[in-house]
Ligand binder design. Structure first.
Ligand SMILES: O=C(CO)[C@@H](O)[C@H](O)COP(=O)(O)O
Length: 252
C-alpha cells in the first residue's frame, strides 16, 4: 500500500518571534507534521536554533498519539555531529530525528579538534541508536550525493537499523526560498520503484507550482516553507499539496 500524503511545513520560514503560535496555527491549518530545521553553521552555512527552542515549541503542539501521527516533530538535523544530539532532541520532544548521510560518514567532522568521540558513526549504527532512544529515524541526502549510497542501508534485514523515512533534498541545504531542483527527482523515482511503502520526503522549493513533479516521482512527505508561511491562506496551500500526492496514490 502506498503511504499517505504527509504535509510538513518547514518552520524555517515562520516568524521566529512568535514561533509557538506559528507552529500551533500551522497544525490547525491542516499540516500533519512540522519540519524543524536544525542548522549548526558547520554542516551548512547557516544557524537556526537548538533543543531548548524545540522544548518550547513542543509545549504549543500536542505530541502525536500514534506513529507518524499529527503533530510529529520531524527534526531535520543539518549538523556535523548527528549522534551527539540524539538524546537532547529526544528530551526536547522530537519524534523523528533525520540526520544527513554525509555528516554520519564524514571523517572531517570526526577529525576536527572540537569533535567528540561520537562524531563518526555508521548510518546503520546511528539509526539503531535513534530507535533505541524511542524516536523514528530518517536519513537525508544532499543534491551532490548519489541515491545508491542508500541501498545497503535500506536492504538491512535488521528492523532496528532500517530508516523510517528517506529525505531527498531538492535544494542545497542551508536556506529557505531556493529554487526547486527537478534534477533530484530521479532519486525519488528510483526509491519509490524499489520501496512502494517507504516514506519519501522532499524538501526545498516545494509549493503549488512544483508539487506535481514531486508527486509524480513518488514523494509522499512534502516539506514546504516559504510556500506555506508566505501564503495568504496557508490552509489552502496545505490542502493543494495533499491533493496532489493523494491523487497519485493507487485507488483500491
Ligand atoms: O532544509 C531546508 C533548507 O535547508 C528547507 O526545509 C527549507 O526551509 C525549505 O524552504 P522552502 O524552499 O520551502 O522555502
Amino acid at each position: 500500500m502506498a503511504p499517505p500524503a504527509i504535509i510538513a511545513p518547514s518552520i524555517l520560514s515562520a516568524d521566529f518571534g512568535a514561533l509557538g503560535k506559528e507552529c500551533s496555527d500551522t497544525i490547525n491549518n491542516g499540516a500533519d507534521w512540522l519540519h524543524v530545521d536544525i542548522m549548526d553553521g558547520h554542516f551548512v552555512p547557516n544557524i537556526t536554533f537548538g533543543a531548548p527552542v524545540v522544548t518550547k515549541i513542543r509545549s504549543h503542539v500536542a505530541k502525536p498519539t500514534e506513529k507518524h501521527g499529527k503533530g510529529t516533530f520531524d527534526c531535520h538535523m543539518m549538523i556535523a555531529e548527528p549522534k551527539k544530539w540524539v538524546k537532547e532532541f529526544k528530551n526536547a520532544g522530537c519524534d523523528l530525528y533525520c540526520f544527513h548521510y554525509e555528516a554520519a560518514i564524514s571523517s572531517t567532522a570526526a577529525e576536527s579538534p572540537e569533535a567528540t568521540s561520537d562524531a563518526k558513526t555508521s548510518p546503520k549504527e546511528l539509526i539503531r541508536y535513534i530507535h533505541d532512544q524511542g524516536m523514528l529515524a530518517g536519513i537525508a541526502i544532499k543534491p551532490d550525493t548519489k541515491v545508491d549510497v542508500l541501498w545497503d542501508i535500506l536492504e538491512t534485514k535488521d528492523e532496528k537499523e532500517k530508516p523510517d523515512m528517506v529525505l531527498i533534498m531538492t535544494v542545497h541545504p542551508g536556506f529557505g526560498g531556493q529554487k526547486f531542483m527537478a534534477s533530484e527527482l530521479p532519486k525519488v523515482a528510483a526509491l519509490r520503484q524499489r520501496y512502494p511503502e517507504l516514506n519519501i520526503e522532499v524538501d526545498g522549493g516545494l509549493g503549488p507550482g512544483t508539487i506535481d513533479q514531486a508527486a509524480d516521482a513518488g514523494a509522499n512527505v512534502i516539506v514546504a516553507g516559504s510556500a506555506v508561511f508566505g501564503a495568504k491562506d496557508p490552509s489552502e496551500v496545505i490542502a493543494k499539496l495533499r491533493e496532489a500526492v493523494e491523487a497519485r496514490r493507487p485507488k483500491l
